[in-house]
Design a protein around this ligand. Structure first.
Ligand SMILES: C[S@@+](CC[C@H](N)C(=O)[O-])C[C@H]1O[C@@H](n2cnc3c(N)ncnc32)[C@H](O)[C@@H]1O
Length: 211
C-alpha cells in the first residue's frame, strides 16, 4: 500500500508488516481514534465486529456471563454485544485514546493493557473473551493466544479473528492447530468470512472452548 496516499494515510501506516512495534501502534491509534469508526464503515467496510459477535452468540446463551473484549478499541464489539442483550462485559486495549471513545458503549469496566505483555487481569477470571481485529498486520502474533487463554476460566470460550494476510505468514495456522493437538482448547467453529469488505480482505473467525 502507498503510505503517502490521502485520506487513508492512518490505515496505510498500519501496513508495515511485522516490523511495527507497540509505540508506533500507539502513535497511529492516538491519531486514528477520533475517525476510527468512520473509517471502519466508510473506508474499510469492516464487518468483523458483527460477524464475530454473531458467531460467538451461538455458543454463549447466558447473557450475564462475564466477558472480556481484548483490543476493544472504540467499543464496536461492545455495541454488537449490547444489541444481542449481553450485559456483563469489560474491555481492555493498549490505546487510551481508543478506550476513551468506548466509554459509552456498555462496558462495565475498561482497562489499559498490552497483550504483548501480561494483561493486568486475573487468571481464570472470565467466562469468555473476544479478540477482534487484533491479530493483524504488525499488531499481535499467535504466541499471545496463550495470554488470552490465561484469563479465561476452564470450559470458557474464546472468539477471535485473524486477518487472512497474516494467517500463514505469522504462523497462526500452525499455532491454532498446535493448541488443539495439545488439548489446550477444542475448536468449536472456524470459518473464513468477509472482514474488510471495501478492501476485499477476508478474515478467519474462530470460537474455541478452553480445556
Ligand atoms: C483494528 S483495531 C480493532 C478494535 C476493535 N476490536 C474493533 O474490532 O473495532 C485493533 C485494536 O487493537 C489494539 N491493540 C493493538 N495492539 C495491542 C496490544 N498489544 N494490546 C492490546 N491492544 C492492542 C489497538 O489499540 C486497537 O484498538
Amino acid at each position: 500500500m502507498n503510505k503517502g496516499s490521502k485520506g487513508l494515510g492512518l490505515y496505510d501506516n498500519l501496513d508495515l508488516s511485522a516490523s511495527q512495534n507497540d509505540q508506533e501502534l500507539l502513535d497511529v491509534y492516538k491519531k486514528w481514534a477520533s475517525i476510527y469508526d468512520k473509517d471502519n464503515d466508510d473506508l474499510l467496510g469492516t464487518v468483523s465486529q458483527p460477524n464475530s459477535v454473531q458467531i460467538f452468540h451461538k455458543y454463549l446463551s447466558d447473557k450475564n456471563q462475564k466477558i472480556i473484549d481484548v483490543g476493544c478499541g472504540t467499543g464496536l464489539v461492545g455495541v454488537e454485544l449490547s444489541k444481542l442483550g449481553y450485559t456483563n462485559f469489560d474491555g481492555i486495549d493498549i490505546s487510551k485514546e481508543m478506550i476513551d471513545i468506548a466509554i459509552d458503549r456498555g462496558y462495565r469496566s475498561l482497562f489499559l493493557g498490552n497483550l504483548n505483555d501480561s494483561l493486568p487481569l486475573e487468571s481464570n477470571s472470565y467466562d469468555a473473551a473476544l479478540c477482534v481485529g487484533v491479530f493483524t498486520h504488525g499488531h499481535v502474533g499467535p504466541s499471545r493466544l496463550i495470554e488470552l487463554i490465561r484469563v479465561i476460566k476452564p470450559q470458557g470460550l474464546l472468539c477471535f479473528t485473524v486477518n487472512e494476510d497474516v494467517y500463514e505468514s505469522y504462523g497462526f495456522d500452525k499455532v491454532i492447530k498446535e493448541l488443539e493437538a495439545k488439548k489446550v482448547w477444542k475448536l468449536l467453529e472456524s470459518c473464513k468470512q468477509e472482514y474488510m469488505t471495501k478492501k476485499n480482505v477476508m478474515g478467519f473467525y474462530y470460537v474455541a472452548r478452553i480445556i
